[in-house]
Design a protein around this ligand. Structure first.
Ligand code: SAM
Length: 245
């Protein structure tokens, strides 16, 4: 029967498209894409004949309704985003929810995701991790969000844009003090680097060479040390709040 296939696409290296993803994209009549122009070359390369429909942040409601209609007409739809897994810091969740609410079938495919790829190479020893995704873009809100994560005893995983990586790393150092930071950049691409260092040294390391500030980033922090920190977290949060954020 018809289904909505949630299909992860490569983060950079096209060989990371799974065989199953390839087969689905080649055979479904419809592909719902975050950016149809961006995904065009991939679909063309696969010899996919699917018609595309746009499914981005600003039309997700509308796209969801169209996709439900297609499924009800017995036609399967593959949902893709620009890179990685749809619904993970990307549009898709609303569409999946709408299909479920309409009683439709949702089939998720495993595949590329920057967070899990980065984490697997991080060497962070925490048993648990918290995926945060993007922090707020405004400094005060960002420091507040970081402050709220300060006592979590698990690795913290963030996505960040290149033009904000310096301010975010500076804020992390202010809020967290002593932690390990792992910077994963340009995963699966030519300039892939995964670098682990004390958080306090990270800003200087990034500033040393502007190439280190380019590309796509996953930032990972080791978790709060076990046994709490004698109210240090509360002290810093209070300071931040007194600052008016
Ligand atoms: N849905 C995607 C996923 O499954 O990872 C994430 C989409 S989100 C809009 C884009 C962010 O993911 C980037 O700003 C960056 O933080 C991270 N990212 C995507 N590709 C990456 C790569 N090749 N290397 C490092 N980070 C990447």
């Amino acid at each position: 029967s018809a289904a909505l296939y949630v299909v992860p696409t490569p983060l950079g290296n096209l060989a990371d498209l799974t065989r199953r993803a390839e087969e689905i994209l080649r055979t479904v009549p419809w592909v719902a894409a975050e950016d149809t122009r961006h995904s065009g070359p991939l679909l063309k390369q696969l010899g996919a004949r699917a018609r595309t429909l746009p499914a981005h942040q600003h039309n997700e409601h509308e796209a969801a309704a169209r996709i439900v209609e297609r499924l009800q007409a017995g036609e399967s739809v593959a949902l893709i985003s620009d890179a990685g897994t749809p619904g993970i810091s990307d549009p898709g969740a609303r569409i999946v929810a709408a299909v479920r609410a309409a009683g439709g079938r949702v089939v998720p495919l495993p595949g590329p995701c920057a967070a899990t790829t980065a984490l697997s190479a991080s060497g962070l020893l925490d048993e648990h991790f918290l995926f945060y995704g993007f922090l707020p873009s405004k400094g005060g809100q960002r420091r507040q969000a970081l402050g709220e994560l300060r006592d979590y005893p698990c690795a913290l995983v963030f996505y960040e844009a290149p033009h904000r990586v310096l301010e975010t790393v500076a804020d992390m150092a202010t809020v967290f003090g002593e932690r390990t930071l792992v910077i994963a950049r340009e995963l699966t691409k030519l300039f892939e680097t995964v670098h682990s260092l004390p958080l306090a040294e990270a800003l200087a390391w990034l500033q040393e060479d502007t190439n280190r500030q380019r590309g796509e980033f996953v930032l990972m922090l080791s978790g709060a040390p076990a046994g709490g920190d004698d109210g240090e977290g509360k002290r810093v949060l209070k300071l931040l709040l007194a600052d008016g954020l």
